[in-house]
Ligand binder design. Structure first.
Ligand code: 4NP
Length: 157
């Protein structure tokens, strides 16, 4: 099972989702069964490490922070089983690259899995303060936890 988390720059939200999900996968003893990656719809930050503010907030909670930014490409539709967009713009920009509408079912909004939080999108924290990064992590911990529960059921069946 291969998951791809997608945001705009691939330096704040989607690398956070990838690293949080990897930690939850390890905790659940599902290492190796679910593989995570992340990408951005833009090329703005290709090759960059995750944003320093996001890294700081993640490390404070004990997460390892790995990865370098890369752009989303149409080849990713074939390479991944599930593609998780952080916001509506990401969702639209991903599907704009699926000209024949072949992969629509693979693309979901990560917030569809959130239960504790009512947000329908993961807000872009880039131009805000540290509290925005904390909220993104709270929301992703909730959404990734329930995503993992639903994938765990699929892996058993
Ligand atoms: P991300 O955040 O999409 O969560 O990685 C952003 C990173 C960079 C920019 C915007 C959002 N930017 O405009 O450069």
């Amino acid at each position: 099972m291969k998951l791809l988390f997608v945001c705009l720059g691939n330096i704040c939200r989607s690398p956070a989702a990838e690293n949080i999900m990897n930690a939850q996968i390890d905790q659940a003893g599902l290492g190796g069964q679910i593989i995570c990656d992340s990408a951005g719809t833009s090329s703005y930050h290709v090759g960059d490490s995750p944003d320093r503010r996001m890294t700081e907030s993640l490390k404070k909670r004990g997460y390892r922070v790995q990865g370098r930014a890369r752009q989303f490409f149409p080849e990713d539709f074939e390479k991944f089983d599930l593609i998780l967009a952080m916001d509506q713009d990401n969702y639209r920009n991903i599907l704009a690259q699926d000209r024949q509408g072949k992969y629509k079912d693979k693309v979901k909004m990560i917030c569809d899995y959130a239960e504790k939080f009512g947000d329908r999108e993961v807000p872009d924290p880039y131009y805000g303060g540290q509290a925005g990064f904390e909220h993104v992590i709270d929301l992703l911990e909730d959404a990734c936890g329930h995503l993992l529960t639903s994938l765990g059921k699929e892996l058993v069946n």
